[in-house]
Design a binder for this molecule. Structure first.
Ligand SMILES: Cc1ncc(COP(=O)(O)O)c(C=O)c1O
Length: 392
């Protein structure tokens, strides 16, 4: 079957680009003597996770308990929930996975530590937890620059029954903010990357200096990662401590946001959306407007730091180069709005292929990914969604 024969909208994965992205990131981890624990929230695909593990990934990162269950049930045996897990319902579900897999998750508040400790101690089990640190993103984690808070929480974890203090974890989401005034994209990425690495190592060294961690330096995890910040990541040593693990996710596909940040060239983008022009008109200014059958229910309205539209339109279904005359200027639920100021002509029924702004949320709208090699469809991989839960 060829791409032209597909029903639209469809989300395509270019097999060669995917493979190249996976092996490059694996090489990056190995060159820096760190484990790669890819975040699977990007693809939610057992098939892609298997490719990552086959190439050397050590365990998987997930964001939700649903994802943890899906991937343990699929046979993956080392799962880190990079999220502060709260609630006995969720601890119970993780406990149920612990006979089949090594499970860990994040804690970042005294209340969170207390709740997790109480549940796992009552269950007579010990679960690995990582203390989340905020190195500048402003989301979860003990804020960098508050050493007393970090030491106090670490001491609480070490003394909490039912919990095993496995290490520190951070995600420098500020890498997505783009350049500040006068900064180049490369400089902005290097700044965020250094902040992520140096700040987490500072906190790790602080805890050892304060005599907090009874755990030896060889097993203490220092886990970092996002696709933009890993672009320029180089490991370093601080008081015998190094980054032990990187957790990028988006890199398997990349997307228009990563291209805009300078984290990758367009040629690395492995995930595209295929739509069909369902209507067109010429507006009073002479601009051709076309409407495709892929709107915000396929690609979402996410823009990240991009200011120019909802994706990068490509020449046609098989020619993966940017189309300079086509902009995706708007989205309604079922329609993508294209603006074609000149030079290009499109007819109703023509196919349009584009790199969406944010691959991870695009995947989450789908039930399957269509795997392609040039213009040929070679496979279809299911996207794992929420497993139905019954209330206890
Ligand atoms: C905690 C955590 N770790 C790792 C990642 C992976 O980052 P990226 O999607 O930039 O590769 C994310 C992304 O949201 C995250 O929230």
């Amino acid at each position: 079957m060829l791409i032209d024969d597909l029903t639209t909208p469809a989300v395509l994965v270019d097999a060669q680009r995917l493979d190249r992205n996976i092996s490059r990131m694996q090489a990056k981890a190995s060159d820096n003597h760190a484990s790669l624990r890819p975040h699977i929230k990007t693809h939610k695909s057992v098939d892609i996770a298997q490719l990552q593990v086959d190439q050397g990934a050590h365990g998987l990162t997930v964001a939700t308990i649903d994802e943890a269950e899906t991937f343990v049930h699929a046979g993956f045996s080392d799962i880190r929930v990079a999220y502060p897990v709260i609630g006995n319902d969720k601890y119970e579900r993780l406990l149920n996975l612990m006979d089949d897999a090594r499970i860990s998750f994040c804690v970042d508040t005294p209340a969170g530590v207390k709740q997790a400790s109480s549940f796992f101690a009552d269950a007579g089990r010990e679960v690995e937890v990582l203390m989340e640190v905020d190195v500048g993103h402003g989301r979860c984690g003990v804020p960098f620059g508050k050493p007393d808070e970090a030491i106090q929480l670490a001491k609480q974890i070490v003394n909490a029954p039912g919990l095993q203090f496995a290490g520190l974890l951070t995600h420098a989401g500020q890498g997505y903010h783009g350049p500040r005034d006068g900064e180049t994209p490369e400089h902005a990425l290097r700044r965020a990357s250094l902040q992520e690495r140096d700040r987490i190592l500072d906190v790790a060294a602080l805890l050892f200096d304060a005599g907090v961690s009874a755990i030896d330096r060889d097993t203490f995890e220092v886990s970092i990662g996002s696709t933009p910040t890993i672009t320029y990541f180089e490991n370093t040593e601080r008081d015998g401590l190094t980054v032990t693990e990187i957790r990028p996710g988006n890199y398997v596909f990349h997307d228009a946001i990563q291209v805009g940040l300078g984290a990758c060239p367009l040629d690395d983008c492995a995930l595209t959306v295929l739509g069909t022009i369902v209507s067109k008109r010429r507006d009073d200014s002479g601009t051709e407007r076309a409407y495709i059958d892929a709107g915000k229910k396929v690609v979402t309205t996410d823009k990240g730091a991009r200011t120019d539209g909802y994706g990068i339109a490509l020449y046609n279904a098989t020619y993966m180069r940017e189309h300079p005359h086509v902009d995706i200027t708007g989205l309604s639920e079922e329609h993508g709005w294209l603006s074609i100021p000149g030079a290009a002509t499109f007819g109703v029924g023509d196919r349009v292929r584009f790199v969406p702004n944010h691959a991870c949320v695009t995947v989450a709208t789908q039930h399957e990914l269509v795997v392609v090699d040039d213009d040929e469809v070679i496979d279809r991989w299911p996207v794992a969604h929420k497993t139905p839960q019954t209330d206890a």
